[in-house]
Design a protein around this ligand. Structure first.
Ligand SMILES: [Zn+2]
Length: 126
């Protein structure tokens, strides 16, 4: 896994650049918003999370969501924690009137940027 950093991962940078190029302005990791979302659109009361498929357990048909072959109990517990935390954060956001979009790591491949931007714009403009 090498460098363990929760911010400035490549998928997040891709999303930031796309959003910026689309003319939207945002804040990063605002501390006063539940879950410290990656991108915060305060006036629109919307947030975007860029989730790593492995850690946040994207759907089982995502190739990045494979289950490690060793220490499966450890991983299963870890994943459960992550999923529970995400659900808790999402519940708090909704309660406080925020709407959220999750962009998955596997959606940030260059060949998918156009569709991703359409999806992001639809979310931010709705
Ligand atoms: Zn994925």
């Amino acid at each position: 896994m090498g460098r363990v950093r929760s911010t400035d991962t490549s998928p997040e940078m891709i999303v930031r650049r796309l959003v910026y190029a689309g003319g939207y302005r945002y804040r990063l990791h605002a501390k006063d918003v539940p879950g410290r979302p990656d991108l915060v659109f305060r006036r629109r009361r919307k947030v975007i999370f860029v989730h790593g498929c492995f850690w946040h357990r994207h759907s089982s048909d995502c190739p990045l969501t494979r289950m490690p072959k060793s220490r499966q109990d450890f991983w299963a517990a870890k994943f459960e924690e992550n999923i529970a935390r995400d659900a808790e954060v999402q519940g708090r956001l909704l309660k406080e009137g925020w709407r959220f979009l999750i962009v998955w790591e596997c959606e940030t491949k260059k060949s998918l940027w156009e569709g991703l931007m359409v999806k992001i714009a639809a979310f931010l403009d709705s």
